[in-house]
Ligand binder design. Structure first.
Ligand SMILES: Nc1ncnc2c1ncn2[C@@H]1O[C@H](COP(=O)(O)OP(=O)(O)OP(=O)(O)O)[C@@H](O)[C@H]1O
Length: 256
């Protein structure tokens, strides 16, 4: 198994408060990881720290077995893409230009060549955003904007894709479509880490789960090791029934 992200003894502080504490994680190639945990448990902070959008005070992060701190912006943009939780944007960009920004690190002297255009088109078709090609991003709905930012990440064509609640504004059709697409990409060798609040979708699509509580990893591993009555009680403070759903061949959680 190839290690794509390796995190050791990681601490992230805001002021004198530790937001992430002693994180130890190994993330492997071609797997689909769900990052779950209650509000404020540190999911966004962890994803942003991996993506070098936040500094860390202690520990180490290696990406593709190289020190994360040694990556320059362009190298990092060729290695990982990041879909932010907040896709609000104040500038009047056309949708095609937002998606094309995903190709920035791959381009020489900003020439747009044939294969770039083809990759952009493919990412837009896969996310059903090609119909908005020349629309202003300002005129799209929240869910449509999320699809555009997913398209941008796909166009970036990186071995690692990090997504922070990318389906929170999507209807059920697009939630399933995007999760199936990401699952398929992971089967083709991409490493995907997605923050999700919907535990049933996480159980159904992710191969591995990482459950955070108070800035630390409570448990990580296969879905049936992570999603137990006990861990749900410990982290989310809910009583729940956890059972196999034979129709979707997955764990199914019903909060009680
Ligand atoms: N810029 C900041 N300055 C100080 N504290 C912050 C900052 N950003 C986040 N925090 C704190 O860090 C903790 C973790 O926040 P984070 O956004 O990583 O959680 P999360 O698990 O993604 O939450 P949610 O599910 O609500 O999106 C929270 O307690 C939050 O208040």
């Amino acid at each position: 198994m190839i290690e794509m992200i390796s995190i050791h003894n990681l601490y992230v502080n805001f002021g004198n408060r530790s937001i992430l504490k002693n994180i130890e994680l190994n993330i492997y190639r071609g797997k689909f990881y769900g990052l779950i945990g209650p509000n404020g448990s540190g999911k966004t902070t962890l994803l942003k720290t991996i993506a070098k959008l936040l500094p860390y005070q202690q520990g180490s992060i290696e990406i593709t077995e190289k020190k994360q701190k040694s990556f320059n912006q362009k190298e990092l943009a060729k290695t990982l893409s990041y879909v932010p939780q907040d896709t609000n944007i104040d500038f009047d960009f056309q949708v095609k230009d937002i998606v094309a920004m995903g190709r920035h690190a791959h381009q020489h002297y900003l020439n747009r060549n044939q294969s770039n255009e083809e990759i952009i088109r493919k990412a837009m078709i896969e996310t059903d955003t090609y119909r908005f090609y020349e629309h202003s991003i300002l005129n799209l709905s929240g869910g449509q904007r999320q699809l555009v930012f997913i398209a941008k990440a796909l166009a970036q064509d990186t071995p690692i894709i990090l997504l922070d609640e990318p389906i929170s504004a999507l209807d059920i059709y697009y939630q399933l479509r995007i999760l199936k697409l990401l699952q398929q990409l992971s089967k083709q060798g991409k490493t995907v880490v997605i923050v999700l609040h919907d535990l049933n979708l996480a159980a159904r699509f992710c191969e591995k789960l990482i459950l955070l509580k108070d800035g630390a990893v409570e448990v990580a591993g296969n879905c049936n090791a992570v999603l137990t009555q006990k861990t749900l009680k410990n982290t989310y403070q809910i009583d729940a029934s956890v059972r196999e759903d034979e129709i979707i061949d997955s764990l199914y959680i019903t909060p009680l």
